[in-house]
Design a protein around this ligand. Structure first.
Ligand code: MAN
Length: 429
């Protein structure tokens, strides 16, 4: 027998636990979980569970016979069952109404969060473009600094090599300090036709081999001194021939005394300090490059995450939510990780962001965090987070139903779906 006023209530109460017992209001469902005994809701009496819903009213408040709240189906009872239909119905309707209001509010909040997400997305994309530009610029600097660093190192090596065994000679004290002249002035001295390039011919005309008297250089020797080419511009000159002239090891400008190095020569000190400066500058830019590179990689990785069809979960980016359960502090950082911290302060990973794990129809209703800290004699810790619709975004519960296997409830407006209105929002809210 059915009482009309309870039909709505019956629709709400089709949940697993109370499948066998119908007519339970949603707010009372928890009292009817099948156990050995049943405590009347007013607390007046404890009866065996099989007396629940046996069409005989044992409880004064009629709570053991929820099928029909007007008690019309409870016969032959000593206890006078109350007609609770009216109250139950009112309460139930009020509850459903407030849930619908919460759902509407949740959906409105969700819309706002989606809009915020669009702005955040644009922001992040712009940030990525800026970082990429900075990285390109650093790359150019690096290319130059690497060349400079290598050039300075080579120069120091060559000077050191010359320094060994170098003697103070008459010649040295009177030498013209080619090595202290600027490469530009030497370049123009050698560039007889003033075309801004040094050719092998010009080199042969102005330079002499100093190891072998004042010998004219061969074409091949001149080309080798130019770094293998037939012409060099000023910058290439500085990388090639200039070093040989400066050090005065093999060649010098005809008519000028080569600059030979003596021990402790300021030019070596200057070269060492220039090389150190170049190396330090290179290191600085290399570090900056590394930092920006990592930032780009992290940002790209974050932007590649699936934030839902409308990127509605993007606002959770970089947020964390805490909850204390018994002796543990739990922290959920969506799309990143879940951790558990004990009273002693030891933090344990309960899993790193894995994937969305809801059913195919509701993929975004669950998240999986995997490969956390290994459990002693057990698997690695992991956590399944179920997302439920609510007007606030908060971590609601964390449980450990199996050793090192955690389940959490995370409430947020973005889990609200208009379809919940039809499905019965009670299971979500
Ligand atoms: C810690 C916590 C618990 C877990 C045990 C397993 O105490 O992470 O949640 O059950 O380790 O040894």
């Amino acid at each position: 027998m059915h009482c009309p006023i309870l039909i709505a209530v019956v629709i709400w109460s089709s949940c697993v636990d109370s499948q066998k017992i119908r007519g339970i209001s949603l707010s009372y469902k928890r009292f009817y979980r099948e156990r050995k005994s049943f405590l009347c809701i007013d607390g007046s009496k404890l009866i065996p569970f099989d007396q629940v819903n046996d069409d005989y009213c044992d409880c004064a408040d009629g709570s053991d016979e929820p099928d029909c709240c007007d008690a019309s189906d409870e016969y032959n009872s000593h206890t006078a069952c109350q007609n609770t239909c009216r109250n139950l119905g009112q309460r139930e309707r009020a509850e459903v109404k407030s849930q619908m209001r919460a759902l509407d509010q949740g959906l409105r909040l969700k819309q706002q969060l989606i809009e915020e997400g669009v702005l955040t997305w644009r922001d992040k994309q712009a940030q990525l473009r800026d970082l990429q530009r900075v990285l390109d610029d650093l790359q150019t600097q690096l290319d130059d600094l690497r060349k400079e660093d290598a050039r300075r190192k080579k120069e120091v090596d060559a000077l050191r090599e010359l320094e060994i065994g170098a003697l103070e000679t008459e010649e040295n004290s009177h030498r013209s300090h080619i090595m202290n002249e600027s490469p530009v002035s030497i370049f123009y001295e050698l560039d007889s036709n003033r075309d801004g390039r040094l050719s092998a011919k010009e080199v042969r005309a102005k330079l002499t081999d100093i190891q072998d008297g004042e010998r004219v250089l061969s074409e091949d020797e001149a080309v080798a001194l130019l770094g293998g080419g037939h012409h060099v511009d000023l910058s290439r000159f500085e990388e090639t021939l200039w070093n040989s002239i400066r050090i005065g090891h093999n060649v010098t400008i005809r008519g000028r005394v080569p600059g030979r190095l003596v021990k402790g020569e300021p030019v070596l000190k200057a070269a060492v300090s220039a090389a150190e400066k170049a190396a330090a500058e290179l290191k600085k830019v290399e570090d900056a490059y590394e930092t920006v590179y990592m930032e780009i990689r992290d940002l790209r990785e974050k932007l590649a995450t699936d934030y839902g069809p409308e990127r509605e979960f993007l606002f959770l980016y970089n947020q964390c939510f805490q909850l204390k359960v018994h002796e543990y502090f739990y922290e959920l950082c969506p799309f990143n990780q879940v951790t558990q911290t004990s009273a002693s302060g030891a933090e344990v990973s309960l899993g790193k962001w894995g994937s969305w794990a809801g059913s195919p129809q509701h993929r975004y209703s669950q998240m999986k965090y995997e490969n956390g800290e290994p459990c002693w004699q057990g698997p690695t810790r992991n956590t399944v987070v179920t997302l439920t619709c609510g007007t606030e975004t908060a971590l609601r519960s964390v449980k450990e139903p199996g050793k090192c296997q955690y389940v959490a409830e995370f409430q947020t407006p973005v889990a609200c779906r208009p379809a919940l209105r039809q499905q019965g929002v009670h299971s979500e809210l």
